[in-house]
Design a protein around this ligand. Structure first.
Ligand code: FDP
Length: 327
């Protein structure tokens, strides 16, 4: 039998940092983020074993202390970021305000610790998404919210599949697998397929009558050309998209029968959902726009938990959609 000696994420990143004359601080931060992902996976599996996911989405953590999985995930990520000592400020989907950590930290992290929460009670996969920026300004200015184009890296873990997708500024999008020894290994570069044969469309078809009419007409014309897939968790749907190409969209809700339910800015969050996948898409050769056709990576957030519509995927389809959404 041949020994399987795999390249680890740490080795991959070390080489990158050395090539670019960078510090090792980023490795320490990434180590803590990966540890948090593995811990989230542990609690997800624990809850599945206890058969608790189906009932409440909660886990019996210690004795009788029961916590919802999204709260557990938040606590695990915060603990890991704090211990790394590399993070100046963090924004979590689970907290209204920014969380100040280490004043000397070099990085700012935006994260969604548990994406796709409606999947939890069915024991279907979920995600943990993050984007990282490096501080570069003096004083309070450094705490301003950054556009995706200022990220140095972003990534998403698919849990419990153990798949980690990671994009580095100008250095590509990569996928790693969780090995039997608990390390992310086997870097594989991701490029969105240019051949439309494998392309798929992914959106909540139950909402389609609420989409802008120009988008509805585009879908009527294009749905017959491609396969349709929707898992209902961004990390999972975007994972498929990276393999097969096509478009994932969460358009604005503008034509709801009950006008109070319209969401002209869509549902997903700009900083730790849309910008994270847009950054990965760009590094994989794709593109992403919002409800006005603006590139997601160019949008400077004016609110921490700002929402945005999202169209992400193969560049030629996003270009088509860009003129459609402007109509
Ligand atoms: P969820 O509400 O289940 O947490 O982050 C929001 C998100 O999941 C995404 O992961 C997912 O793509 C989308 O919402 C699903 O929304 P719909 O149920 O409206 O399709």
């Amino acid at each position: 039998m041949m020994l399987k000696l795999e390249e680890t994420f740490m080795h991959f990143l070390l080489e990158h940092q050395e090539r670019n004359n960078r510090t090792l601080k980023f490795l320490i931060l990434m180590e803590s983020i990966m540890n948090a992902a593995k811990s989230i996976q542990h609690y997800y599996n624990l809850a599945a074993i206890q058969d608790n996911l189906g009932q409440t989405g909660a886990v019996n953590v210690q004795g009788e202390t029961v916590m919802e999985l999204d709260r557990i995930a938040h606590e695990l990520v915060m603990h890991a970021l704090k211990e790394s000592k590399q993070v100046m400020e963090a924004t979590s989907e689970e907290e209204d305000e920014a969380i100040r950590l280490n004043g000397d930290g070099r990085y700012i992290v935006y994260f969604d610790p548990l994406d796709g929460s409606s999947n939890v009670k069915h024991s279907l996969p979920i995600g943990f998404l993050f984007g990282i920026v490096k501080r570069n300004l003096a004083g309070d200015e450094d705490y301003r919210l950054r556009k995706g184009d200022e990220f140095i890296a972003s990534g998403m873990f698919m849990i419990p599949s153990g798949i980690f997708t990671f994009a580095l500024k100008d250095a590509g999008a990569w996928r790693f697998l969780l090995s039997e020894s608990g390390q992310y290994v086997r870097p594989t570069q991701l490029t969105l397929p240019t051949n439309p044969k494998t392309w798929e469309l992914s959106y909540n078809s139950g909402n389609s009558t609420t989409f802008p009419t120009s988008v509805q007409s585009w879908l009527e014309k294009n749905t017959p050309k491609y396969a349709f897939r929707y898992a209902g968790a961004l990390a999972v749907d975007f994972h498929r998209l990276l393999n097969n190409g096509g478009v994932f969209m969460y358009p604005p809700v503008v034509n709801h029968q009950d006008a109070s339910k319209n969401r002209p800015e869509g549902k997903l969050r700009l900083l730790y959902e849309c910008a994270v996948v847009a950054f990965i898409a760009k590094e994989a050769g794709g593109a992403a726009i919002d409800q006005n056709g603006a590139p997601i990576l160019d949008i400077v957030p004016h609110k921490r938990h700002q929402r945005s519509a999202l169209y992400v995927g193969s560049t030629s389809l996003i270009e088509e959609l860009s003129s459609i959404v402007r109509q």
